[in-house]
Design a protein around this ligand. Structure first.
Ligand SMILES: NC(=O)c1ccc[n+]([C@@H]2O[C@H](COP(=O)([O-])OP(=O)(O)OC[C@H]3O[C@@H](n4cnc5c(N)ncnc54)[C@H](O)[C@@H]3O)[C@@H](O)[C@H]2O)c1
Length: 502
C-alpha cells in the first residue's frame, strides 16, 4: 500500500535544533486510512522484532532506522527496503527523527540506559512512543517518563508484550474472578541460563559505532569498554543494564503485579544473591567475569497485605530438584520463566507468553489458557484512537514493573559487600515478614548454587538491607545510600529531566 498524503496535524511546534526541546505539539486523531510514519530507534536484536511488526502492519510505514552503530542500522534498512519497497532513512542521532513531522511515533529498542530519555524527548516533540522494557534505568526516570506521557497526552506503550497475550489476559481474569480463591502471594521465576560474558578487560568499541551517542545518558568510558562483546552483553553491566532481574524480569514482575492487582510500588524490599559460579564454569578460581550485576538474586517485595518473591538464576538449572515447581510448570526442565500465583483454592502458573494453567490444591489441572499477542498492533490501535485506556501496557505499568527490578537491585547493590555464611542468612531471612517460606527459598537457591559447583565459603552470598520505601514519594525512608541509587548523574548533553521539569 502506498503512503497516503498526511494531513498536517501539528500545531504550535517550535523548530527543534539538534534535540534541544521543545514545546508540545498537539495531535489530532488520524483517520484510519492515513498511514502512521514510524522511526525505529535501536536496530539490534530486539529492533528486528519492531521492524517485522511494522512491516506486517498495513497501517504503518517505517521512515527511519536509527542506530548509533551504522552497521546494525544499515542492515535493517536493507531488510526494510526489501519488504517495504521504499528504503527508510538511516540516521545515527535519534533527535533528527523528533524534528521530522512525518514521524508519528517512535519505537525504541535501544539499550536500557537510553529508554527514558529517548521516550521523553520523543513525546516532548509530539510523538507517541513504544518503549522496550525496562522503561527506565532509575525510579526517577520512570516517574519523569510517566509525567511526560500525561503532560503531552501521548500514547506510551511498554514492551511487556504479555499484557496483550490472550492466555495471560484470560488467566489474570480467572484469578480476579476468584478461580483459585483468595490470592495474596506470587512467585516470579527467571531461571534462564546465562554463561559468563568473558573476562573483565579493555576491549575496543566497533568502528562503525558512535560511542558518544551509544553511551548517551550513561557513563562515558571512551575509548574502551570492559566487556568482550559490545552489543547485548551490556545487559550485565550496571551502567547500562540491570542483570536478568531487569532484563527478562520486567515481563514477570509485571505479570505478578497484574495478577495480584497491585498498582503501586512495594513498601519493603530485600534482596540476596551475587554474581556467582563463573570461576567454577571457567575452572579458574581467579576468573573475573566482566559483568557486575547479580546473576543469582532473590528479591522479596512487601505490598502490605500482598507479597511477591522473585527468583533469578543464571547458572544451570538442569538439575531441577524443585518438585512443586516442576508440577506447576508441567516440566522437569530447569529453565523456567514464569509466574506462579498461590491461591487459597489452587494455583495459576504462567508457563510461557502464550500458555497458562490453573491447578487445584492437588496439582490437578482445572483450566488452561492459550493464545498469543499482537502488542505492537495494540499500540498502533491506540495511536489512532488517541485513548490511553486502549493501551494494554501503559507507561505507568511499565514504571511500576521496572521499579520492582530497580528496587530489588538497589538492595543488592547497597549490600553487595555484606556477604554472609548460609546459616547467618537463614536466620536473617527467617525474620523477614512475608507469606512465603523465605528460608525454604534460600535453601533451594543454595542447593542450586552448590549443584553448579559454587564454593559458598569462598564466594559467599551477599545480603542487602531491608529497605523501607514510600510508594507515593518514591523514596526510601530508612537508607540514604539506597536513595542515591534512585537517580543518576548525566553528561550535559544527555540530561534526563525530572518529572517536574518534563
Ligand atoms: N520485549 C522483549 O521481549 C524484548 C526482547 C529482547 C530485548 N528487549 C529489550 O530491547 C532492548 C534492546 O535489546 P537488544 O537485545 O536488541 O540489544 P542490542 O544491544 O542487540 O541492540 C541495541 C541496539 O541499539 C543501538 N543503540 C545504542 N544506542 C543508541 C542510540 N542512542 N540511538 C539508536 N540506537 C542505539 C545499538 O547500537 C544496538 O544496535 C533492551 O532494552 C531489551 O531489554 C525486549
Amino acid at each position: 500500500m502506498s503512503r497516503i498524503t498526511r494531513r498536517s496535524f501539528v500545531q504550535g511546534s517550535l523548530a527543534v535544533g539538534a534535540g534541544f526541546l521543545v514545546a508540545p505539539r498537539l495531535s489530532l486523531a488520524k483517520s484510519p486510512n492515513e498511514k502512521m510514519g514510524v522511526a525505529v530507534i535501536g536496530a539490534g536484536g530486539r529492533g528486528a522484532s519492531h521492524v517485522s511488526a511494522y512491516l506486517a502492519d498495513p497501517r504503518t510505514e517505517i521512515l527511519y532506522i536509527v542506530d548509533a552503530d551504522e552497521k546494525n542500522g544499515q542492515s535493517k534498512c536493507d531488510a526494510v527496503e526489501k519488504k517495504q519497497g521504499s528504503r527508510p532513512k538511516f540516521v545515527k542521532d535519534m533527535r533528527v527523527t523528533f524534528d521530522d513531522k512525518a514521524v508519528d511515533f517512535i519505537s525504541t529498542a535501544t539499550p536500557n540506559h537510553w529508554h527514558a530519555l529517548c521516550g521523553i524527548w520523543a513525546m516532548q516533540a509530539g510523538k507517541d512512543a513504544y518503549i522496550e522494557k525496562p522503561v527506565c534505568q532509575t525510579i526517577e526516570e520512570g516517574r519523569a517518563l510517566v509525567s511526560a506521557a500525561r503532560k503531552y497526552n501521548k500514547m506510551c506503550q511498554v514492551g511487556t508484550q504479555c499484557r496483550s497475550s490472550k492466555a495471560v489476559q484470560e488467566a489474570v481474569a480467572f484469578i480476579e474472578e476468584g478461580g483459585i480463591g483468595d490470592v495474596k502471594f506470587a512467585r516470579g521465576l527467571c531461571y534462564k541460563r546465562r554463561k559468563s560474558i568473558g573476562a573483565l578487560g579493555d576491549y575496543p568499541v566497533p568502528e562503525s559505532c558512535d560511542f558518544n551517542l551509544w553511551s548517551g545518558p550513561a557513563t562515558y568510558t571512551n575509548p574502551k569498554v570492559t566487556r568482550e562483546k559490545f552489543h547485548y552483553d551490556w545487559h550485565w553491566q550496571r551502567h547500562y543494564g540491570n542483570g536478568d532481574l531487569g532484563n527478562q524480569g520486567p515481563h514477570q514482575t509485571d505479570i505478578a503485579r497484574w495478577g495480584l492487582g497491585v498498582n503501586t510500588h512495594p513498601q519493603g524490599i530485600i534482596s540476596y544473591g551475587g554474581r556467582l559460579g563463573y570461576q567454577a564454569e571457567r575452572n579458574d578460581p581467579n576468573y573475573v567475569d566482566a559483568g557486575d550485576t547479580a546473576n543469582t538474586i532473590v528479591s522479596l517485595y512487601d505490598y502490605g497485605d500482598k507479597f511477591i518473591t522473585f527468583e533469578t538464576r543464571g547458572l544451570s538449572c538442569d538439575n531441577a530438584r524443585d518438585e512443586e515447581l516442576n508440577k506447576l510448570f508441567q516440566s522437569n526442565s530447569g529453565n523456567k520463566i514464569g509466574v506462579v500465583f498461590y491461591g487459597s483454592e489452587g494455583y495459576v502458573c504462567q508457563q510461557s507468553y502464550s500458555h497458562c494453567v490453573a491447578f487445584n490444591k492437588e496439582f490437578e489441572v482445572i483450566k488452561e489458557f492459550k493464545g498469543g499477542e499482537n502488542h505492537f498492533g495494540n499500540f498502533v490501535d491506540a495511536c489512532y484512537s488517541r485513548r490511553m485506556e486502549d493501551l494494554n501496557a501503559d507507561v505507568l505499568e511499565g514504571h511500576l514493573s521496572a521499579g520492582m527490578s530497580h528496587l530489588g537491585n538497589i538492595s543488592y547493590y547497597v549490600g553487595e559487600k555484606n556477604t554472609l555464611p548460609v546459616e547467618a542468612l537463614k536466620s536473617e531471612l527467617a525474620r523477614v515478614k512475608g507469606l512465603d517460606d523465605n528460608v525454604a527459598t534460600l535453601e533451594r537457591t543454595v542447593q542450586h548454587l552448590q549443584d553448579n559447583g559454587v564454593d559458598l565459603e569462598k564466594y559467599p552470598i551477599s545480603l542487602g538491607p531491608y529497605l523501607q520505601f514510600d510508594p507515593q514519594r518514591e523514596i526510601f525512608t530508612n537508607n540514604s545510600q539506597a536513595n542515591e541509587l534512585l537517580r543518576r548523574e548525566y553528561r550535559p548533553e544527555f540530561v534526563c529531566p525530572t518529572a517536574d521539569k518534563v
